[in-house]
Design a protein around this ligand. Structure first.
Ligand SMILES: Cc1ncc(COP(=O)(O)O)c(C=O)c1O
Length: 934
């Protein structure tokens, strides 16, 4: 490979690719890499330090049973966890169907019209709803400066904290109080309530909805999906937006995440709704085909006009929750809800009989007790800990219990025992499961849900297994071939890194348990923070943000707070290069900042003089410069240090987008280049799999002067005391952190650096093989690319009519996922091979691209028809290729087996090219309606 590139050693290549003035002088100070076996012992020892108690804290997190068929065949299955966000619909039909099931289930349970395929967590979903209220204001309201959102004080504390974080920079005024005190005047743009509320109480809000609608305010309701099997769904009493967490649908608590938040809205809000929506359309043959609906609707694509920065969401967890619904079906879900509720009712009766006063009049799963005078809360606490149980302790001395689907007879008896012993009373033994509910008819659900065929057909393990397998066969993932997506770093997610994920000691821990029950987690996270600080060169790390874009937002809020602390709160301008990812300007706007775009020169580099001029122009108001390094154009810009200096000289801070950290680790770091804060995409550089569009983890690392501003948490002390929370959970998506921990521990300092070098080698090897055909758009000063490159396709379009999208679709016939399409430069493809790919796989990919290039040449030379050619008709399904009616001007062989190795390992795209426009015109975002089966 070095020979093909034209260098004699890896060191020589690094010297050519990475500017000398930013190279690290010393190796990373990390431990040597552990063997897989040694690491397995280490992580096992950490797991044993976590104590798994039965936890009845509730507060948005509940123990749940992941059906083993889903655990083994989805969570532990690389086809599901290594696939990418389904932008290329034709090779993503399996996960698109799984996500459509999720949306359908959510719409059915909430009785709403439109659901997305997940947000990051319940608290950020609430913030998205709040921002929607702001953006959904009528013109008159906007003109009058209406900005008040009324918030039920009985909403989860973590939700309230995140709402406060997000409201402040946008000048949204939150009025938090008891719902009966709310005054609906013209200033009010929204109402947010929780149902059941944070005390577990089920209340009627119908009168408030009426009052809110009378002043044109949007009503958003936080809810618990499981409760809606029994309670009147918010869609039936007038809610405009309904959101919450789907965690208890089979997704382990995992010390706080990742879990999929759901978000639904009435149809009229579809254009301002955040997140990805899966929709039904058809392919070019007229067959049903799924794809992400409203193509331009990922809000960040609108850059500084965006209303949300959501990019990576929680696809894998939404997939799991959707499958949980499919497996249990409506009767199963209702059965689980009834059992949970009946246990709460029984405990209400039994514990009340011991002299405690149960305070919730109407409830689903949560009961709340005032203690008799002679009972001490501390006694309840230690007695429950003796029996390895956690209860919820309210600030006012009340004690709460939230029941979940794992609660069994033994647990019921233990709970009663604790309350009885604390009150010095005798207690009965319960021997049969309760069946009795007490939901007031005024709150009872009377409408059926989940009547679609998919929720009836796969209710045995055999059927479920085959359904999951059938869907997975429709998708391309890393188990099939390399996924060369630039800026996405689709690297190996090693099996040893993944194993601990399903261990009980990591998965069954509630995020709000006393820290001494999570010592394994705490020690692992402490080490991970230290290691990430060393890798970035920074002083400290917050693990809270749960996606790259969430990290961007958190980092900018930290910068904002830093300026305010110095009496420079007027600093609100962010300079962003035109080549930046859409989430950068979107996050800046969410942080209340004004975006000023800096142009790039003809070589794709940030125009340094323009940057200087803008920095000086905004000297008094400059807050930050957001820069991706190496650039999104795949080049190590030599002037990066100068750029950072310019910003600092003008009073600004440098935010580095860490999406391209895979080209830095061990060779340089954000601190060395002169940045002050960066986010890391652990789901790119640090081996967390992409899960078909999430989970992601986007920790931020900061220099010493910003440490005091890192995000805190309202319920748990997470070690930071700065801005209020940016995510629901204190440590974000803790349960996937062992993946990154394992990646760092097993590679060690040398391995991590070598990985970076090989990533750069692989990219330069591909560039050397394709530069004379397609051409590489941008290279660095010495003619080298970084860890990715932009493949020029525009001249081909001009000469043949073949677009970059045609090339992307044709690659599917060759068994490959397309590179990144038209980002950051329209009409091009961006390739990132990562260090994980062998030369043999790189050569297969290069051969496929060269063969496609030859096909394009045949069109240019007139040997293939301009319209009827394998590129325009790609991808080819088995149905079309084996049809008796083959009408094309090229052969079937050419269509499906253009290279000989395809005969050994052929992936058949399940649908032909998907018609996006049809789907957008006929928006349908749930499974076929029940009537279609009749
Ligand atoms: C350069 C860059 N920045 C930021 C992001 C946003 O990261 P996330 O999708 O985790 O929110 C991406 C995602 O693809 C990216 O490529």
């Amino acid at each position: 490979m070095l020979e093909a590139i034209g260098v004699s050693s890896l060191d020589e290549l690094m010297d050519q690719a990475v500017p000398a003035n930013i190279r690290l002088e010393k190796p990373l100070r990390l431990q040597d890499g552990l063997t897989e076996r040694k690491y397995y012992r280490r992580i096992h020892d950490l797991a044993k330090m976590n104590k798994v108690f039965n936890t009845y804290i509730g507060m948005g997190y509940y123990d749940t049973i992941t059906p083993a068929v889903i655990l083994r065949n989805v969570l532990e299955n690389p086809v599901w966890y290594t696939s990418y966000t389904p932008y290329q619909a034709e090779i993503s039909q399996g996960r698109l169907e799984a996500l459509l099931n999720f949306q359908t289930m959510v719409c059915e349970l909430t009785a709403m019209e439109l659901a997305n395929a997940s947000l990051l967590d319940e608290a950020t979903a609430a913030a998205e709803a709040m921002v929607m209220m702001h953006n959904g204001r009528s013109r008159a309201k906007a003109k009058a400066g209406a900005n008040v959102v009324l918030i039920d004080e009985n909403i989860w504390p973590q939700t309230l904290d995140v709402l406060q974080t997000r409201a402040t920079p946008l000048n949204i005024e939150l009025k938090v109080g008891p719902v009966h005190d709310f005054v609906f005047d013209d200033k009010v743009i929204g109402l947010m309530v929780q149902y059941p509320n944070s005390n577990g109480e089920v209340l009627s809000y119908a009168h408030l909805v009426e009052q809110a609608h009378a002043v044109e305010a949007i009503v958003a309701v936080a809810t618990d999906l499981l409760s809606l099997a029994l309670l009147t769904p918010p869609g039936e009493w007038g809610a405009d937006v309904v959101f919450g967490s789907s965690q208890r649908f089979g997704v382990p608590m995992g010390y706080g995440g990742p879990h999929a938040a759901f978000f639904t809205a009435r149809d009229e809000y579809k254009r301002i709704m955040p997140g990805r929506i899966i929709g039904v359309s058809k392919d070019k043959h007229g067959n049903r085909a799924l794809r992400m609906a409203l193509q331009t609707r990922e809000q960040h694509i609108k850059r500084e006009r965006a209303t949300s920065n959501i990019c990576t969401a929680q696809a894998l967890l939404a997939t799991m929750a959707g499958f949980y619904g499919v497996y249990h079906g409506p009767e199963g879900i209702r059965g689980i809800a009834e059992r949970v509720h009946a246990i709460a009712v029984l405990l209400d009766e039994e514990i009340s009989a011991l002299g405690y006063r149960q305070l919730n009049q109407n409830y689903f799963d949560t009961i709340r007790f005032a203690l008799p005078k002679h009972v001490k809360r501390e006694d309840i606490e230690w007695l429950s800990h003796e029996l390895e149980m956690n209860f919820r302790y309210f600030d006012n001395g009340e004690v709460g219990l939230s029941i979940d689907e794992t609660t069994n007879l033994e647990d019921i008896n233990w709970m009663i025992e604790v309350f009885a012993k604390a009150a010095n009373k005798r207690y009965p033994t319960i021997t049969v499961y309760p069946e009795k509910g007490n939901i007031d008819p005024a709150f009872s659900r009377n409408t059926p849900f989940m009547q679609q065929e998919v929720f009836r057909k796969y209710r045995s393990e055999t059927e479920m297994l085959r359904y999951i397998k059938r869907l997975e066969h429709r998708d391309i993932s890393l188990t099939h071939s390399m996924i060369p997506l630039g800026s996405c770093t689709m690297k190996l997610n090693a099996a040893t890194e993944m194993l601990p994920l399903s261990w009980f000691e990591f998965s069954s821990i509630h995020p709000f348990v006393p820290k001494n029950q999570a010592r394994g987690y705490q020690e692992m996270m402490e080490e991970l923070r230290r290691d990430l600080a060393e890798i970035t060169g920074f002083a400290d790390v917050s693990l809270q943000p749960n996606s790259g874009a969430a990290g961007e937002y958190a980092g900018l809020m930290v910068i904002r707070e830093y300026h305010i602390s110095r009496g420079e709160g007027q600093r609100d301008v962010v300079l962003i290069p035109s080549s930046a990812h859409g989430t950068n300007p979107a996050s800046a706007v969410m942080a209340g900042m004004k975006v000023v775009v800096v142009p790039c020169d003809e070589r794709g580099n940030v125009d340094v003089e323009a940057l200087r001029q803008k920095a000086e122009e905004y000297q008094d108001t400059l807050s930050a410069f957001m820069v991706t390094y190496p650039s999104t154009h795949g080049v190590f810009e030599a002037s990066i240090v100068e750029m950072c200096d310019i910003i600092h000289q003008n009073g600004g801070q440098v935010y580095m987008d860490g999406a391209n950290m895979n080209a830095q680790v061990g060779l340089t770091n954000p601190k060395r280049i002169g940045a002050d804060v960066c986010h890391l995409n652990l789901h790119k550089t640090f081996a967390i799999p992409h899960g078909g569009g999430g989970p992601g983890v986007g920790p931020i690392a900061v220099a010493e002067h910003l440490v005091d501003f890192l995000p805190s948490h309202p319920v748990m002390n997470n070690g930071h005391v700065g801005i209020s929370a940016v995510s629901a959970a204190p440590w974000g998506s803790a349960s996937v952190l062992p993946i990154t921990y394992g990646y760092i521990k097993m590679l060690g300092a040398d391995g991590l650096t070598k990985a970076t070098e090989i990533a750069i080698l692989n990219a330069n090897y591909i560039a050397s093989q394709l530069k004379d055909t397609y051409g590489i758009l941008y290279v660095g000063e010495n003619g080298r690319v970084a860890h990715e490159m932009i493949l020029e396709c525009r001249h081909l379009k001009a000469n043949s009519g073949i677009t970059e999208a045609d090339i992307a679709k044709r690659l599917m016939d060759y068994g490959f996922h397309a590179p990144t399409l038209s980002f950051p430069v329209h009409g091009t493809l961006m390739i990132e091979p990562t260090e994980s790919e062998s030369k043999q796989e790189l050569d297969r990919f290069i051969e496929a691209l060269k063969a496609i290039y030859e096909e394009i040449q045949s069109i240019i030379e007139g040997k293939l028809d301009k319209e009827d050619n394998p590129l325009k008709h790609a991808p080819h399904t088995s149905e079309t290729v084996t049809s008796d009616d083959w009408q094309h001007a090229y052969t079937r062989q050419q269509a499906a087996f253009p290279l000989s190795w395809l005969k050994e390992n052929k992936y058949w795209p399940p649908v032909g090219r998907v018609d996006d426009a049809y789907g957008d015109r006929n928006l349908m975002c749930t499974c076929d309606p029940v009537e279609s089966y009749k």
